[in-house]
Design a protein around this ligand. Structure first.
Ligand code: UT7
Length: 370
């Protein structure tokens, strides 16, 4: 009997603060007109002091769980894709796993930049299809505003913060993720990176003075690479699924630049209306962009039960990939989950844990040798 991996829940979370192009024009030498013409971006969301990659990821995850009607304790796996993890370690996934109360799940991070969500989706799908697990949550979350050089006009207008999540569940009903392709080319590693802060160049006063802990990007080269791979990757995923391009109802591409999405549409000889686009509202949220675009596509009635969908991404690494899937929506829940009570419980538990950590800090603080 074949097992399929269905996307049964989806959710997003973005911070409240909206940063406009006009505001960016006061920070660096640019204009609303230039940013819109070259990227299609009008606004982006910026994390507040209390927002982190884990907190936004947990919010998105919780919304996805509610949609799927699955209790966090029934999750087998939590995968977080992020380029802005909370720490070098532990993984952001472990922190999210605790925050949502997924007490029976394993958790780990994937680092594949903007393509990370596609890779994570593929990993979760393979684990479900092999019979190893029955359910997983895949989260893409970023606080890119914390690693942006706000004096660099070539990058600061491009990125935004936010999170999106999918719940995946096993079912014998045909559907869900059907095919995927994952690619990378490390010879382009220097085109988009945060050079310092890792083991190659540990953070030091010198690396900070040189701004090497900020995003460095050769925008034009990344643009050329992106326009080369988007259409090709989509076509490969469609071929692998045994489908034809005309079978695909909607494409959900990584939201990096309106012109890159238009180039992909031209490459596939398709009208731009077949591509979901919300880069104007959120900018490039890296690995969070595909799930955020999916949530909005569903809300705006662009995604319907039975649709063949292609999701395609590219990013630092260099990495790129695509998945082809059948959009089936939530499975019939065995019994409804009462999220009202669960939300209160998760909130109280997270508060108590923070309180315990604070008290532990007070006690252990005295024991740490000076
Ligand atoms: O998720 C993956 C992450 N990254 C990407 O997908 C980024 C891909 N690249 C891009 O989206 C585009 O390259 C950008 C939007 C970043 C830049 O657009 P572009 O059309 O490729 O501009 P450019 O870098 O070729 O620069 C053209 C000119 C330059 O001036 P000169 O050398 O021609 O005099 C830049 O200095 O525009 C200048 N420029 C700006 N001018 C006003 C660069 N940034 C700005 C700016 N405002 N913000």
């Amino acid at each position: 009997m074949t097992t399929y991996a269905h996307i049964t829940g989806w959710g997003m979370h973005v911070p409240n603060k909206i940063l406009t192009n006009a505001e960016i024009s006061k920070m660096v030498d640019t204009s609303d007109e230039w940013i819109q013409e070259r990227s299609g971006i009008k606004t982006r969301r910026i994390a507040g002091k209390e927002d982190t990659s884990a907190s936004m990821g947990a919010e998105a995850a919780f919304n996805a769980l509610k949609m799927a009607q699955i209790h966090p304790r029934d999750l087998d796996l939590v995968i977080v894709s992020t380029s802005t993890p909370e720490h070098m370690f532990p993984s952001t996934a472990s922190i999210v796993q605790n925050q949502i109360g997924a007490v029976n799940a394993g958790a780990f991070d994937i680092s594949a930049a903007c393509t990370g969500f596609i890779f994570a989706l593929d990993m979760a799908t393979q684990a479900i299809r092999s019979g190893s697990i029955k359910s997983a949550i895949v989260i893409g979350t970023e606080t890119l505003s914390r690693i942006i050089d706000w004096t660099d006009r070539g990058t600061c207008m491009l990125f935004g913060d936010g999170a999106g999540a999918f719940v995946l569940q096993a079912s014998e009903k045909p559907g869900g993720v059907i095919s995927s392709i994952m690619r990378s080319d490390g010879s382009g590693a220097d085109l988009l990176s945060v050079p310092a802060g890792g083991s190659a160049q540990p953070a030091s006063a010198d690396t900070i003075a040189q701004g090497l802990h900020f995003v460095q990007m050769k925008g034009r080269e990344v643009f050329r690479f992106a326009t080369r791979v988007m259409a090709k990757a989509s076509q490969e995923a469609i071929d692998k699924a045994g489908l034809k391009i005309e079978d695909i109802s909607i494409f959900i591409p990584h939201q990096a630049n309106k012109r890159i999405i238009e180039a992909a549409a031209r490459g596939l000889k398709l009208p731009i209306e077949r591509f979901v686009m919300n880069v104007d509202k959120y900018g490039n949220t890296s690995t969070a962009s595909i799930p955020i675009a999916t949530v909005e596509a569903f809300e705006f009635g662009k995604l319907n039960k039975g649709d063949n969908v292609v999701m395609v991404g590219f990013g630092s690494g260099l990495t790129w990939g695509a998945v082809s899937l059948i959009w089936t929506g939530p499975l019939d829940a065995e019994k409804p989950v009462r999220f009202g009570l669960l939300s209160i419980f998760v909130g109280i538990r997270s508060f108590l844990r923070k309180l315990i950590r604070w008290i532990e800090g007070l006690i252990w603080g005295r024991w740490i040798p000076k």
